[in-house]
Design a protein around this ligand. Sequence first.
Ligand SMILES: [Zn+2]
Ligand SMILES: [Zn+2]
Length: 209
Amino acid sequence: MIQKTFVVGPLQCNCTLLACEKTREGVLIDPGDEAPRLISELQKAGVTIKYLLHTHAHFDHIGATGGLKTHTGAQICLHQGDQFIYEMLPAQGQMFGMTFQAAPPVDHFLKDEEVLRFGEHSLQVIHTPGHSPGGVCFKLTSGEESVFSGDSLFQGSIGRTDLWGGDYELLIGSIKKRLMVLNDDILVVPGHGPQTLIGKEKRTNPFLN
Ligand SMILES: [Zn+2]
Ligand SMILES: [Zn+2]
Protein backbone atom coordinates (compact mmCIF):
# COMPACT_ATOMS: atom_id res chain seq x y z
CA MET A 1 0.00 0.00 0.00
CA ILE A 2 1.23 3.44 -0.93
CA GLN A 3 0.10 5.99 1.68
CA LYS A 4 1.26 9.61 1.60
CA THR A 5 -0.22 12.68 3.25
CA PHE A 6 0.42 16.16 1.82
CA VAL A 7 -0.36 19.29 3.81
CA VAL A 8 -1.95 21.77 1.39
CA GLY A 9 -3.25 25.32 1.35
CA PRO A 10 -3.37 28.16 3.88
CA LEU A 11 -5.51 26.11 6.28
CA GLN A 12 -3.04 23.19 6.10
CA CYS A 13 -5.48 20.51 5.01
CA ASN A 14 -4.19 16.92 5.15
CA CYS A 15 -4.64 15.46 1.66
CA THR A 16 -3.88 11.72 1.50
CA LEU A 17 -2.94 9.54 -1.45
CA LEU A 18 -3.74 5.85 -1.03
CA ALA A 19 -2.77 3.48 -3.82
CA CYS A 20 -2.32 -0.21 -4.46
CA GLU A 21 1.36 -1.03 -4.91
CA LYS A 22 0.57 -3.85 -7.34
CA THR A 23 -1.99 -2.26 -9.68
CA ARG A 24 -0.96 1.42 -9.11
CA GLU A 25 -4.64 2.32 -8.80
CA GLY A 26 -5.44 4.78 -6.03
CA VAL A 27 -7.65 7.39 -4.44
CA LEU A 28 -6.98 10.93 -3.27
CA ILE A 29 -8.73 12.11 -0.09
CA ASP A 30 -9.47 15.84 0.31
CA PRO A 31 -7.57 17.59 -2.51
CA GLY A 32 -7.98 20.93 -0.76
CA ASP A 33 -5.48 23.15 -2.58
CA GLU A 34 -2.19 23.18 -4.57
CA ALA A 35 -3.45 21.19 -7.59
CA PRO A 36 -0.15 21.48 -9.54
CA ARG A 37 1.85 20.09 -6.60
CA LEU A 38 -0.61 17.22 -6.05
CA ILE A 39 -0.55 16.38 -9.77
CA SER A 40 3.24 16.19 -9.75
CA GLU A 41 3.13 13.97 -6.63
CA LEU A 42 0.75 11.58 -8.45
CA GLN A 43 3.10 11.48 -11.42
CA LYS A 44 6.08 10.85 -9.13
CA ALA A 45 4.22 7.99 -7.44
CA GLY A 46 3.23 6.53 -10.83
CA VAL A 47 -0.39 6.00 -9.86
CA THR A 48 -3.78 6.33 -11.56
CA ILE A 49 -6.49 7.97 -9.48
CA LYS A 50 -9.89 6.24 -9.54
CA TYR A 51 -11.74 8.38 -6.99
CA LEU A 52 -11.39 11.92 -5.66
CA LEU A 53 -12.86 11.40 -2.19
CA HIS A 54 -14.09 14.21 0.05
CA THR A 55 -14.73 14.01 3.78
CA HIS A 56 -16.90 17.13 3.34
CA ALA A 57 -17.26 20.17 1.09
CA HIS A 58 -15.57 23.04 2.93
CA PHE A 59 -13.29 24.95 0.55
CA ASP A 60 -10.10 23.85 2.27
CA HIS A 61 -10.96 20.22 1.32
CA ILE A 62 -12.24 20.73 -2.25
CA GLY A 63 -10.18 23.68 -3.56
CA ALA A 64 -8.08 21.54 -5.92
CA THR A 65 -10.86 19.13 -6.93
CA GLY A 66 -11.48 20.88 -10.27
CA GLY A 67 -7.79 20.83 -11.20
CA LEU A 68 -7.41 17.19 -10.19
CA LYS A 69 -10.56 16.20 -12.08
CA THR A 70 -9.24 17.81 -15.27
CA HIS A 71 -5.92 16.04 -14.90
CA THR A 72 -7.01 12.58 -13.69
CA GLY A 73 -10.58 12.17 -14.96
CA ALA A 74 -11.27 10.43 -11.62
CA GLN A 75 -14.79 10.25 -10.19
CA ILE A 76 -15.62 13.07 -7.79
CA CYS A 77 -17.25 11.52 -4.69
CA LEU A 78 -19.12 13.38 -1.93
CA HIS A 79 -22.02 12.69 0.43
CA GLN A 80 -25.20 14.29 -0.90
CA GLY A 81 -25.75 16.12 2.40
CA ASP A 82 -22.87 18.44 1.51
CA GLN A 83 -23.85 19.15 -2.08
CA PHE A 84 -25.25 22.59 -1.23
CA ILE A 85 -21.92 23.53 0.38
CA TYR A 86 -19.99 22.07 -2.58
CA GLU A 87 -22.02 24.19 -5.00
CA MET A 88 -21.22 27.39 -3.09
CA LEU A 89 -17.43 27.06 -3.38
CA PRO A 90 -16.96 30.56 -4.89
CA ALA A 91 -19.08 32.09 -2.07
CA GLN A 92 -17.15 30.13 0.57
CA GLY A 93 -13.95 31.56 -0.87
CA GLN A 94 -15.31 35.12 -0.72
CA MET A 95 -16.08 34.69 2.98
CA PHE A 96 -12.46 33.78 3.64
CA GLY A 97 -10.92 36.23 1.15
CA MET A 98 -10.02 33.66 -1.49
CA THR A 99 -11.03 33.21 -5.13
CA PHE A 100 -12.36 29.88 -6.42
CA GLN A 101 -13.98 28.79 -9.67
CA ALA A 102 -17.13 26.69 -9.30
CA ALA A 103 -16.21 23.04 -8.75
CA PRO A 104 -17.14 20.49 -11.45
CA PRO A 105 -20.24 18.36 -10.73
CA VAL A 106 -20.12 15.47 -8.29
CA ASP A 107 -19.97 12.12 -10.13
CA HIS A 108 -20.93 9.84 -7.27
CA PHE A 109 -22.80 10.38 -4.00
CA LEU A 110 -21.27 8.43 -1.14
CA LYS A 111 -23.56 6.30 1.02
CA ASP A 112 -23.05 5.26 4.63
CA GLU A 113 -21.16 1.93 4.82
CA GLU A 114 -20.49 1.88 1.08
CA VAL A 115 -17.24 0.11 0.17
CA LEU A 116 -14.94 1.70 -2.41
CA ARG A 117 -12.34 -0.52 -4.03
CA PHE A 118 -9.03 0.52 -5.57
CA GLY A 119 -6.57 -2.12 -6.76
CA GLU A 120 -6.46 -4.82 -4.09
CA HIS A 121 -7.58 -2.48 -1.29
CA SER A 122 -10.79 -0.93 -0.12
CA LEU A 123 -12.22 1.85 2.02
CA GLN A 124 -15.53 1.99 3.85
CA VAL A 125 -17.62 5.16 4.13
CA ILE A 126 -18.78 6.14 7.64
CA HIS A 127 -21.34 8.98 7.65
CA THR A 128 -20.49 11.28 10.59
CA PRO A 129 -22.72 14.38 10.27
CA GLY A 130 -22.25 17.35 12.60
CA HIS A 131 -19.30 19.39 11.31
CA SER A 132 -21.40 19.49 8.14
CA PRO A 133 -24.53 17.50 7.16
CA GLY A 134 -22.71 15.29 4.63
CA GLY A 135 -19.52 14.78 6.59
CA VAL A 136 -18.00 11.30 6.24
CA CYS A 137 -14.94 9.41 7.40
CA PHE A 138 -13.15 6.78 5.32
CA LYS A 139 -11.90 3.60 6.98
CA LEU A 140 -9.25 1.52 5.31
CA THR A 141 -10.43 -2.07 5.51
CA SER A 142 -7.24 -3.85 4.48
CA GLY A 143 -3.65 -3.77 5.60
CA GLU A 144 -2.94 -1.38 8.46
CA GLU A 145 -6.31 -0.06 9.49
CA SER A 146 -6.60 3.72 9.44
CA VAL A 147 -9.51 6.10 9.52
CA PHE A 148 -9.49 9.41 7.67
CA SER A 149 -11.66 11.58 9.89
CA GLY A 150 -11.87 14.88 8.00
CA ASP A 151 -12.86 17.71 10.33
CA SER A 152 -15.07 15.48 12.51
CA LEU A 153 -12.31 14.34 14.88
CA PHE A 154 -8.88 15.90 15.52
CA GLN A 155 -6.13 14.99 17.95
CA GLY A 156 -7.54 16.27 21.26
CA SER A 157 -10.35 18.19 19.58
CA ILE A 158 -13.35 18.07 17.27
CA GLY A 159 -14.52 20.12 14.28
CA ARG A 160 -16.29 23.46 14.57
CA THR A 161 -20.06 23.42 14.22
CA ASP A 162 -20.79 27.08 13.45
CA LEU A 163 -20.61 26.71 9.65
CA TRP A 164 -23.37 25.72 7.19
CA GLY A 165 -25.53 22.96 8.67
CA GLY A 166 -23.17 22.34 11.60
CA ASP A 167 -24.67 20.73 14.72
CA TYR A 168 -22.67 20.18 17.93
CA GLU A 169 -24.84 17.46 19.52
CA LEU A 170 -25.03 15.62 16.21
CA LEU A 171 -21.23 15.73 15.82
CA ILE A 172 -20.58 14.41 19.34
CA GLY A 173 -23.11 11.63 18.68
CA SER A 174 -21.50 10.74 15.34
CA ILE A 175 -18.03 10.53 16.89
CA LYS A 176 -19.18 8.45 19.86
CA LYS A 177 -21.42 6.08 17.89
CA ARG A 178 -19.35 5.64 14.75
CA LEU A 179 -15.69 6.31 15.60
CA MET A 180 -15.24 5.55 19.31
CA VAL A 181 -16.58 2.03 18.66
CA LEU A 182 -13.56 1.24 16.47
CA ASN A 183 -10.51 -0.63 17.79
CA ASP A 184 -8.15 1.35 20.01
CA ASP A 185 -5.12 0.72 17.80
CA ILE A 186 -6.66 2.21 14.63
CA LEU A 187 -4.69 5.19 13.33
CA VAL A 188 -6.68 8.40 12.84
CA VAL A 189 -5.60 10.79 10.07
CA PRO A 190 -7.60 14.00 10.64
CA GLY A 191 -8.35 16.74 8.14
CA HIS A 192 -5.86 19.01 9.90
CA GLY A 193 -2.99 18.53 12.31
CA PRO A 194 -1.21 15.46 13.67
CA GLN A 195 -2.31 11.84 13.50
CA THR A 196 -3.64 10.09 16.57
CA LEU A 197 -5.15 6.75 17.66
CA ILE A 198 -8.79 5.88 18.40
CA GLY A 199 -7.76 4.60 21.86
CA LYS A 200 -5.89 7.79 22.72
CA GLU A 201 -8.91 9.95 21.78
CA LYS A 202 -11.22 7.68 23.81
CA ARG A 203 -9.08 8.27 26.87
CA THR A 204 -7.98 11.88 26.48
CA ASN A 205 -10.18 13.90 24.10
CA PRO A 206 -11.84 16.53 26.36
CA PHE A 207 -14.90 16.81 24.09
CA LEU A 208 -15.70 13.11 24.50
CA ASN A 209 -15.23 12.76 28.24
ZN1 LIG B 1 -14.41 21.63 7.48
ZN1 LIG C 1 -10.93 21.68 7.14
